[in-house]
Write a protein that binds this ligand. Structure first.
Ligand code: WTA
Length: 640
């Protein structure tokens, strides 16, 4: 993997990175305080989280910190009343944050828009009023199929403000995938845009929405709000489609912030699982805001002058937590960029860092691997001296990209914080703080209040050095409240896969002798393509819907840029011959079924697929052949 000898030896020599003394002096949480938090949280986790909850504003305090009477359906802060938007927005209007920038948005063509907290508050009020006049009420679901625009943030906050539940569908999903998610969520209203700019092109979005809503299947969606971004011609359906600008123009009044029970749902977000259809993960106002606020302010050491940039799309959990809610709860300035990282050249991200004086830069390893390829001349063109912290999420980061990022972007000074968490965890779970010792490739240790372990198939704790399954032993505030409409699946997949009642994350990990955790990848049939979760079951179903395909098995294979890529093994129906034309057609077909997120790297035709006696396809065997290893080496992947 690491062919680069020089970097490799550097990595070997300096296995542990220490923060600069100045950084330790200035940190919000110093090493002694972190230890004290850890001790307190270990002794009395509920007191620890109660203190974290006290840092936020509540309309009414909770009766109890945690109700554990019905595991795994834990209820945080029952009896408490709050609204995350009150904490992310309303309360800042009463402080010096009022005129501070909340959001800096940069469009791909180079245009930009900036919102102070007050301006964002006003915009959210107007759109909240518009949603109300369209009949959206507390508990209704509002779907967003949006590019990265300020209106995406506004619509999320406006929905939450009036007690509606937002559900974002990443704009890289196909109309079919959108339709499936709309059906599952039961959304009545959909917010979208005419299109957006990507890699110098206008990408139209509204026609995809029209396609998704065609037919009777999505009849529940009775209104579509369209943000005008590109000014391309779009067809508007009378009575159903409304321009965003027309709706907000006449909204002058403040829309009251709905008083929510702590456990009331805030958002629904679909993610891929090992089997079956994507699952709608539910998060609620109270626990999510407490967990996200505490962990984001600790890990990223938020200071009043920070400019925080997480490059994720709002359509994923990383966008929810680290672009929208986390930074706004912390009262910092968040940056959102619409376009492609290489447009017009491979220095666009560094240009943005330079232009706005970004201080904290948080991204996925895939991005680093890609930018690394273009070379250091691109970052060197810009003044990156404002950066003080770097972060990564979403996939394991190998030592080579770690060193490249640390040296060339972070001047060998900025701590590189590798954060492990998931759609289901809502908040950061295992991560260093800026004052922590770092080992490249390790997510270091669980945050205070998070009890993680590595166990074998029977739930027994494993000694250091031995690979096993990552589990979380105690509930944490931002944990998912469940899977929409499928309590059983929630219990089965997360709490019963490993005996002992701990939360099973789906990842393989190991601990080293210093108690540092090393995440090795997924334990189940979920691929991690460029930091995005894609289930092999969804890919196989997409292949299976092509007339030529009789059977399909998909496995993940290593990819130099994306970390992992999908490779398909197909058995064809009688009368079909494998050919390059068919391969092209199959790739197009799968893209049409799932959208550009489902890029297929390779397709191989087979007479048969290896199966267990019970008839289950042995992906492990296919994968082992592909990687040229003994199938026994991959027993972790066997979910029989
Ligand atoms: C993987 C993204 C290694 C992991 C926030 C997890 C990671 C899945 C890391 C969740 C990390 C996330 N190192 N792997 N720092 N962070 N993962 O739900 O496999 O999109 O289970 O949430 O990404 O992906 P999700």
């Amino acid at each position: 993997m690491d062919q680069n000898g020089a970097l490799d030896s550097l990595f070997q020599e300096e296995r542990v990175f220490r923060p600069l003394p100045q950084l330790v002096i200035e940190a919000n949480v110093n090493p002694q305080e972190l230890e004290a938090y850890r001790r307190q949280a270990a002794q009395d986790p509920l007191a620890y989280w109660e203190e974290a909850a006290d840092e936020l504003d509540w309309f009414k305090k909770w009766d109890q910190v945690l109700d554990e009477s019905n595991p795994p359906f834990y209820r945080w802060f029952p009896g408490g009343r709050c609204n995350i938007v009150y904490n992310a927005l309303d309360r800042h209007i009463e402080t010096a944050n009022k005129n501070k920038l909340a959001l800096i948005w940069e469009g791909e063509p180079g245009d930009n828009r900036k919102y102070t907290y007050y301006e964002l508050y006003r915009a959210v009020n107007r759109f909240a009023g518009a949603l109300r006049s369209l009949g959206v009420a507390k508990g209704d679901r509002v779907a967003l199929y949006m590019p990265s625009l300020p209106e995406t943030v506004i619509a999320m906050l406006a929905s939450a403000k009036i007690g509606a539940v937002h559900t974002l569908v990443f704009a890289g999903f196909s109309p079919k995938a959108l339709r499936e998610r709309l059906r599952d969520s039961g959304a009545r209203l959909l917010v979208t845009a005419d299109g957006f700019y990507r890699n110098g092109q206008v990408i139209q979005l509204k026609p995809l929405v029209d396609e998704a809503l065609a037919g009777a299947e999505a009849e529940r969606v009775d209104s579509v709000v369209v943000v005008r971004r590109t000014k391309v011609d779009v067809e508007m359906q009378d009575g159903r489609d409304f321009w965003y600008d027309d709706l907000v123009r006449n909204e002058r009044n403040e829309a009251p912030t709905e008083v929510m029970e702590a456990g009331d749902p805030l958002f629904l977000l679909h993610t891929s699982g090992a089997t079956g259809r994507p699952k709608g993960i539910l998060h609620s106002h109270g626990g999510y805001m407490v967990g996200v606020h505490r962990t984001l302010t600790h890990v990223f050491d938020i200071k009043p002058t920070d400019i925080f940039w997480c490059t994720a799309d709002p359509g994923w959990i990383t966008g929810h937590t680290a672009v929208v809610y986390g930074p706004l709860l912390a009262g910092t300035t968040t940056v959102l960029y619409e376009g492609h990282p290489n447009y017009p050249q491979a220095d666009r991200l560094w240009h943005i860092v330079d232009k706005y004086g970004v201080t904290i830069f948080y991204t996925v390893p895939t991005m680093i691997r890609m930018l690394m390829r273009f070379g250091v001349q691109y970052p060197r063109r810009h003044d990156l001296s404002t950066l003080r912290l770097l972060g990564t999420v979403g996939e394991p980061i190998g030592p080579e990209p770690w060193m490249w990022f640390y040296k060339n972007i972070g001047r060998s000074e900025c701590p590189l914080l590798d954060t492990w968490w998931q759609t289901e965890t809502g908040m950061f779970m295992l991560a260093p703080l800026p004052i922590s010792l770092l080992k490249p490739g390790s997510v270091t240790k669980p945050l205070p209040g998070v009890e993680a372990d590595v166990v074998d198939r029977d739930g027994n704790s494993l000694p250091s050095g031995k690979g096993g399954f990552l589990v979380i032993r105690r509930p944490w505030p931002a944990m998912a409240a469940g899977i929409l409409g499928d309590e059983e699946r929630f219990r089965r997949e997360y709490y019963e896969a490993i005996p002992g009642g701990a939360y099973f994350a789906g990842d393989v990990a190991k601990k080293d002798e210093d108690g540092f955790f090393w995440i090795q990848g997924r334990a189940d049939d979920v691929l991690n393509i460029a930091g995005h979760r894609v289930g092999t079951a969804e890919l196989e179903a997409a292949f299976g819907s092509h007339p030529a395909v009789c059977e399909a098995a998909v496995v993940g294979v290593p990819d130099a840029i994306k970390g992992e890529a999908a490779k398909a093994f197909l058995v064809l129906n009688p009368g079909f011959q494998g050919s390059t034309d068919l391969i092209q057609d199959l790739k197009r077909h799968v893209r049409g079924e799932l959208g550009p997120v489902a890029a297929i790297k390779g397709i191989e035709f087979r007479e048969t697929l290896p199966r267990t006696r019970s008839g289950k396809i042995m992906r492990r065997v296919l994968k082992a052949r592909e990687l040229n290893v003994d199938p026994g080496d991959l027993t972790m992947l066997d979910q029989e």
